[in-house]
Design a protein around this ligand. Structure first.
Ligand code: ADP
Ligand code: MG
Ligand code: MG
Length: 885
């Protein structure tokens, strides 16, 4: 059959399909590969993944070709081992193992010792001269096969074994004698007969086909389906089946079984790492029946453990194993995760694959392997999951520390924080100023909480998803955040909360783990991140290999500084509205908004001008000549309005206007759908004096910093929410006019750019025309996603998750760009913009600018830069390099 591949035992291995894991699965292809490079692999055969689909669509039957293929496979194993399947005197035993392209929980568990029955067990006993071993193997087989293939609950077998041990006064399984096992086998068979109403199958071929069918059946199990859905694994991949001669780790003190990594998967340290058990089989090592021993003397001594390591107890087999480790790393050029068995001092390899590892270990191994000449820089870059870097950029909880978890929310922004619970932004700021670490706990956050979020070490909300205000702002600030914790209720009047089952009062200490959503009682110890060493090395390689620039979304000098430390090459989005919320100026902002006429607005804006100018001076200073894109005021004005009587009274006092009057004005600003309302450039068109003030602040600051530092400051003034060329034309004229005025006043001229955000479908469609007025486009993909999908990102949490669950969208489109849909608009706008203006600068500044899949798309479209929140800058640098490889 073309669907059955032999491996080991001198099988000729020239069919490339045998080593293709889409055909033979991960396990099968690596067994073939290992056998091919001369490693000791017990002979066997693999039934291809293609047969899985055939079997499941053809009504669970095998055709003659497959039957012939399996028969030939058995002959291969029989010839190689000199044993015969089902033979009374010299029986061949096999294992039946599943193996999809990627290792997948939910698939059938391995069946070992298949081929034993009442007759062959005697042959095994005679042949090995070890009756205890033979009957131990038989009882293992009956239990495993009954559990895995026949569906008999394993507890019944375990209970029977416990009773047998008790009856004999034994403590451990190893005390069981051959006769004890023989008797237990009788009991096991009785259990099976009772449960199934038919005897345990004695026909070895029936056993084999039963196991093969069970592997293919398990591809359609509920568990497997759920896993496939969660991990985007297509149903048509199928699993392969591996049938392999048994080797025995349970043949006494010269036999053993174990698992190992060629390097430490937690730290990346170049030291073998593993566990083994003497006189044991298969899953005994991980099953926790006996405590496994250390593989190396070094690890044993470091842990201060007594039982001998394999290196000490079985020096010869260990030395062979160590040379296999070396060979495998050279061959696969990666850290390997290995399963092996020693039968009477002879080593056998049963599995190898690239080992899972922590982010820290991944970095260390990649950098070390380049140093060792094992891989090149490009391979090292490709091997690191950019998102995993997140683990390294924030202080993290000491993994060894105990956790008293109260409840869980969404892991909205990574990192961890401990602090006292506070329930409002002002208290957060006040207590933080007094030097306390605070956790801001809110039902949800809004723009007016920004100062409190900044002051807090961490943010916890009861409502809101991964793209809620709290989540987005927290990620931007690099604050850990747990959002949408439904088991959190807040009583603002009493200033208490219930978190899970615990009553919490303001001032109690809690800890958040933004990487998994845990909310914990008390302070859990932290470990600080390290941005030097391997991290720095890998980042330098990434920078060498990428084409796109990486900028940051930042508006405070502190965030800008953090972003620069992380390698940002400019600011892609400076949101000026965040500056308006500052405690010292919100009152002037409100006066401006609530003014009756232009004169009133201008008076208030005059107070804001020096403040805005100071903001930009501070930012230009930090960014020292790097490009800075400043977005003019964008949100609807009502977001800045006073809330509650106290704030209105305060404002009345400051303005000399009556509370009633102010409330009436505020009411007039109410909008039914503010996100599509009076915002963005529409503010600039209707209240030009606002944009005039901002433009003036930008140019005055730029001239001042350029004069002072002698460096070129190139402001990029960005007009938000443009839909038509005319809007940009009008506002560009305004900005140019202010620039000319400022330059004339200061006697100094600067280069600057005026451009726009592309965040409305119309703008994308009309990009050719809009590019006549704008020198750059920045794709505001948050709004562009919102407006293209017609989905409000602030209200989406309720239905977006079920949407993703049902595969309507493959991923949350606010987290990872909807490349199919929104991506078309980006591509088209880039094309049309370039056609009008070949040197147009193109970037992206939505949340997607920090998402690796979206970044890969940006590279494909040929954007000049991506802009990400400060803590995502390293992720973007790496992802941009990977995209360019
Ligand atoms: P998993 O995919 O769950 O790791 P495996 O198919 O690798 O399952 O089998 C689990 C364990 O069973 C192996 O690590 C090995 O110890 C044991 N095993 C599998 N096949 C054999 C065999 N032919 N001889 C001896 N032990 C085996
Ligand atoms: Mg395995
Ligand atoms: Mg926008």
């Amino acid at each position: 059959s073309a669907y059955v591949f032999h491996f080991g035992g001198g099988a000729r291995n020239d069919n490339p399909r045998a080593k293709d894991k889409t055909i033979t699965g991960g396990k099968g292809s690596n067994l073939a590969e290992m056998a091919g490079i001369g490693l000791p692999v017990p002979p066997g055969f693999t039934i291809s993944t293609e047969v899985c689909a055939q079997y499941n669509t053809a009504g669970k039957v095998f055709d003659a070709d497959i039957k012939a293929g399996v028969a030939a496979g058995l002959v291969h194993i029989e010839t190689a081992t000199g044993r015969v399947f089902g033979d009374a005197a010299n029986p061949l035993l096999v294992s039946v193992r599943s193996g999809a392209r990627v290792s997948m929980p939910g698939m059938m568990d391995t069946v070992l010792n298949l081929g034993l029955n009442d007759v062959t067990v005697e042959g095994l006993s005679e042949g090995s001269g070890d009756a205890r071993f033979a009957w131990d193997s038989y009882r293992r087989f009956i239990q495993m096969y009954s559990d895995v293939v026949l569906g008999v609950d394993h507890h019944r077998f375990e209970d029977a074994l416990e009773i047998a041990k008790e009856d004999n006064g034994y403590f451990a399984d190893v005390e069981m004698t051959a006769d004890n096992w023989r008797k237990l086998v009788g009991e096991y068979k009785a259990i099976v007969a009772e449960e199934l109403g038919r005897p345990f199958p004695q026909d070895v071929h029936e056993q084999l086909w039963g196991a093969i069918g069970a592997v293919f059946d398990s591809w359609e199990s509920e568990r497997a389906k759920v896993y496939r859905k969660l991990n985007d694994i297509p149903a048509d991949w199928g699993t392969a089946v591996n049938v392999q001669a048994m080797v025995f780790g349970n043949m006494g003190d010269t036999s053993a079984t174990g698992v190992a990594f060629t390097r430490d998967p937690a730290t990346g340290e170049k030291a073998y790492y593993g566990e083994w058990l003497v006189n044991a089989q298969g899953e005994d090592v991980v099953a926790g029946i006996r405590t496994p021993q250390y593989l190396t003397k070094f690890a044993r001594e470091r842990a201060g453990a007594k039982p001998l390591s394999m290196e000490e107890a079985m020096p010869e087999a260990y030395a062979e194993l160590a040379s296999v480790f070396e060979l495998l790393e050279k061959h696969y050029k990666d850290m390997q995760d290995i399963e092996f068995t020693v039968e009477k001092n002879k080593l056998w390899m049963l599995q190898t694959r690239s080992g899972k590892r922590t982010a820290k270990a991944a970095l260390k191994m990649a950098v070390d392997m380049v140093g060792e000449g094992l891989i090149d820089e490009a391979t090292a870059i490709a091997r690191i999951d950019p998102m995993a870097l997140d683990q390294l950029l924030h202080p993290t909880l000491d993994p060894k520390a105990p956790r008293d978890v109260l409840t869980k929310g969404l892991p909205a922004s990574p990192g961890a924080a401990s602090g006292v619970v506070v329930f409002d932004a002002d208290t957060a700021e006040r207590r933080a100023e007094m030097g306390e670490a605070v956790i801001l706990v809110r039902v949800e956050t809004s723009p007016e909480d920004i100062h409190g979020m900044h002051a807090a070490k961490g943010i916890l909300t009861a409502r809101g998803g991964m793209t809620s205000h709290a989540a987005v702002v927290a990620r931007g600030m690099g604050r850990p955040c747990v959002s949408g914790a439904s088991a959190l209720s807040i009583d603002m009047a009493k200033r208490t909360a219930k978190i899970g089952n615990r009553d919490v009062v303001e001032g109690d200490i809690i800890t958040l783990d933004g990487s998994n959503g845990d909310i914990m009682w008390g302070e859990v110890p932290m470990v600080e991140p390290e941005l030097v060493g391997d991290f720095a090395t890998l980042m330098a390689w990434a920078d060498k290999h990428r084409r796109m620039k990486v900028r940051t979304n930042a508006e405070t000098p502190l965030d800008c500084q953090v972003a620069r430390q992380f390698g940002a090459e400019g600011i892609g989005l400076c949101r000026t509205e965040h500056m308006f919320f500052d405690a010292g100026r919100i009152s002037a902002v409100r006066q401006m908004i609530l003014a009756e006429d232009e004169a009133g607005r201008r008076a208030a804006l005059a107070k804001l001008l020096p403040e805005q100018r100071a903001d930009f001076i501070a930012i230009f200073d930090v960014m020292a000549g790097l490009p800075v894109t400043i977005r003019l005021l964008d949100p609807p004005l009502h977001e800045f309005l006073p809330h509650g009587d106290a704030e209105f009274e305060e404002l009345a006092e400051a303005t000399g206007l009556g509370v009633d009057h102010l409330k009436r004005r505020a009411g007039e600003l109410h909008e039914f759908n503010p996100m599509l309302g009076h915002r963005g450039c529409r503010l600039g068109i209707t209240f030009p004096e606002i944009y005039e003030m901002q433009a003036r602040a930008i140019f005055e600051a730029a001239v001042e910093v350029a004069t002072k530092s002698g460096e070129a400051v190139v402001p990029e003034v960005m007009v938000p929410l443009v839909a038509t060329k005319k809007e940009l034309q009008i506002l560009r004229a305004l900005i140019d006019r202010v620039a000319a005025q400022v330059f004339a006043e200061k006697g100094k001229t600067l280069h600057y750019l005026v451009g726009t955000m592309i965040e409305l479908p119309r703008a994308a469609l009309m990009a050719g025309e809009i590019a006549e007025e704008g020198k750059f486009f920045s794709f505001g993909t948050n709004d562009l996603t919102q407006t293209t999908l017609g989905v409000s990102r602030d209200d989406a949490a309720r239905f977006l998750n079920p949407y993703v669950d049902q595969g309507i969208y493959p991923r949350d489109p606010f987290v990872s760009l909807d490349i199919e849909g929104v991506g078309q608009l980006v591509e088209l706008a880039a094309e049309r913009g370039r056609k009008t203006r070949p040197d147009i600068k193109l970037g992206i500044c939505g949340e997607h600018g920090g998402d690796p899949a979206s970044i890969a798309f940006c590279e494909k479209v040929g954007l000049d830069y991506v802009s990400a929140s400060p803590y995502r800058v390293p992720i973007a640098r790496l992802a941009a390099a990977q995209a360019a490889l």
